[in-house]
Design a protein around this ligand. Structure first.
Ligand SMILES: [Zn+2]
Length: 384
């Protein structure tokens, strides 16, 4: 695939490519879950995990033979404060995921993933780094290591990391681990962007998965569940093993589109174009960052509203919705823009319900809080 084709790939196209490749290998495509799922009653779906399908797992396994794939929107309210602090952090993002229940063989996951990354997406092999578990307590994930080597990944690009980086353990109990919490090693693929110069990243082993400069971007993670973990930390072999492989769509799109942050990917392009016409002189770096955070939060608000989230208010999901609006408003005001006008420009034509709720919350907010910038206004707004 040549660079021209790569540039054309947006999140939707990456998702479609991932799901089709799995369908060709006998996986059944499932629809995504609503972001409002019973498994997270006080919040929203946070990852492309098994939790959304666990209640129906027996039925799904019977229908799919245990092999299924889907693309899931995910929202992490606990990441909101970190949006804008590095080039790849979003509160709302999308993951394509493939599950194989009853099998944890690396050979059934990693070769397909490698083909997807290097052939379907066309990522350069000499930009890819792979982590695997190499830990004092849990040992070395020899199966993953050997599988990557067989695929042609050079030893120097295989980075062994401890359990803090490459070992997953379940936090709450689910159906298929009823006698303990699931756990297992995972192996991640990172894309290196050498154009980001960073002193901390001279040592790949120390930087990968730790430094947030954006030189190493995690684009994929494959997890192999083979054990439960007991309260005393000992491992108990699982009756039902499984493998999960996920790919981050916005991060992959950022790399394929050759832009330096997820905020510049096509997902936000239309909003940037709308706003770009209204702004002169150009925004400072700080103001651009504020706009990125505002766009992330507003985009999450719209998606959550469309999925049936409640209007902003007190407690649980309502409170999360309120925080999204208020944090976004603060950021918009730091850009010297009028929030009401900005919302009209971005949302009027496509998202009337989200717009109405955002405007109501802005009125409430303005009643109690002095705007950070009293001169906040839109530069080209007629009549202002
Ligand atoms: Zn760095």
């Amino acid at each position: 695939m040549n660079p021209m084709q790569r540039n054309a790939l947006e999140c939707q196209a990456i998702s479609e490519a991932f799901l089709s490749l799995h369908e060709q290998d006998g996986f059944t495509r499932l629809p995504p879950s609503s972001l409002l799922h019973d498994s997270v009653p006080m919040s929203f779906v946070m990852s492309a995990g098994l939790i959304q399908v666990e209640n129906d797992l027996d039925k799904i396994v019977a229908e799919t033979g245990g092999k299924f794939a889907f693309t899931q929107p995910c929202f992490r309210h606990f990441d909101m404060k970190q949006v804008g602090e590095d080039p790849t952090r979003l509160s709302l993002f999308h993951m394509s995921a493939a599950f194989h229940i009853g099998c944890s063989k690396r050979e059934t996951v990693l070769p397909r993933l490698w083909r997807f990354l290097t052939e379907t997406l066309g990522l350069e092999k000499d930009r890819l780094w792979v982590t695997y578990l190499d830990d004092e307590e849990f040992g070395r994930d020899e199966a993953s290591y050997q599988c990557w080597k067989t695929l042609g990944v050079e030893e120097g690009r295989l980075v062994g990391l401890d359990q803090n980086h490459c070992f997953w353990r379940q936090r709450s109990l689910g159906q298929i681990a009823s006698d303990g919490k699931k756990c297992g090693p995972h192996t991640e693929v990172f894309y290196e962007r050498p154009e980001v110069s960073c002193p901390s990243c001279e040592s790949v082993e120390r930087a990968i998965g730790s430094c947030r400069c954006g030189r190493f971007v995690e684009i994929s993670n494959s997890l192999f569940i083979e054990n439960y973990i007991a309260d005393d930390g000992s491992l108990i072999p699982a009756d039902t093993v499984f493998a999960e492989c996920v790919v981050g769509l916005e991060r992959s799109a950022m790399i394929l589109q050759g832009v330096s942050t997820v905020y510049q990917t096509s997902r936000f392009r239309e909003w940037h174009q709308h706003i770009g016409k209204l702004l002169h002189p150009p925004l400072s770096i700080e103001q651009k960052n504020s706009l990125n955070i505002a766009f992330d939060h507003l985009s999450a608000f719209v998606k959550l509203t469309n999925d049936g989230a409640p209007a902003p208010g007190k407690g649980g999901r309502k409170y999360i919705m309120r925080r999204l609006v208020r944090d976004a408003m603060n950021q918009v005001q730091q850009c010297g823009l009028d929030t009401t006008f900005l919302l009209e420009v971005l949302l009027k034509d496509h998202h009337p319900t989200a717009l109405e709720r955002l405007q109501e919350e802005c009125v409430r907010f303005n009643r109690y809080v002095q705007p950070i910038n009293d001169n906040a206004r839109c530069v080209n707004h007629d009549g202002k």
